[in-house]
Design a protein around this ligand. Structure first.
Ligand SMILES: Cc1cc2nc3c(=O)[nH]c(=O)nc-3n(C[C@H](O)[C@H](O)[C@H](O)COP(=O)(O)O)c2cc1C
Length: 179
């Protein structure tokens, strides 16, 4: 069975990005979905000196292996000061040192959300221009604004956003299944 990894770009315990990534993953069928929590992969702050002295941390290697084993990715980014959260950027830096093309030309559904009206559009734009350089084949991208209004009891409740997201998930699913 094909495998898809979902990941929220945050380490907060009640992460809204994680909720969005996992909700989207739950809409897939006939695919093994692995939900990654960055809290389970704690990493030291990247530095070239630490890398030279100690090599790659075990958790970075473990994450890299999950990326390698997966057939596609659903990533929902959190936005901190208009950019990636520190924990996501740190993961990104470690993974990129293990292998620059760590998305392996596999399909990626790229999402963002925030409690505010822009829904993390700034970080989404950064990732849209950067991730393809690391081998991401971006199948669709969407930002969900005003998370608390649009996402209730574990469900995306705004009908238009839900329709758009479901359409993207369908395209993503077909791409994964058809290879
Ligand atoms: C340090 C910090 C910076 C933030 N900067 C932004 C921002 O630039 N844009 C935005 O929409 N929300 C911003 N927020 C609010 C986050 O969108 C909000 O905390 C959200 O819940 C983060 O996602 P998470 O729940 O997955 O951690 C910021 C929050 C923090 C703690």
């Amino acid at each position: 069975m094909k495998q898809v990894l979902t990941l929220g770009g945050s380490n907060s315990v009640n992460s809204i990005s994680k909720q969005l990534a996992e909700f989207s993953g739950s809409k897939l069928s006939e695919i093994n979905v692995v939900n990654i929590d960055l809290n389970d992969y704690e990493l030291p702050l990247f530095s070239v000196d630490l890398e030279a002295k100690k090599g790659y941390p075990e958790n970075a290697l473990a994450l890299h292996e999950v990326f390698q084993r997966s057939d596609g990715f659903i990533i929902a980014l959190a936005e901190h000061n208009g950019a990636y959260s520190a924990v996501f950027k740190n993961m990104f830096d470690w993974l990129s040192r293990i292998e620059a093309s760590f998305f392996y030309n596999k399909p990626l559904l790229l999402l963002s959300t925030s409690p505010g009206a822009r829904g993390g559009q700034s970080v989404l734009e950064i990732a849209l221009s950067r991730f393809p350089r690391h081998g991401a084949e971006i199948i669709g991208s969407l930002s969900i604004p005003s998370f608390e209004d649009n996402f209730k009891d574990g469900q995306l409740v705004d009908p238009e956003l839900l329709e758009t997201l479901e359409g993207m998930i369908k395209d993503f699913q077909n791409k994964i299944i058809d290879g």
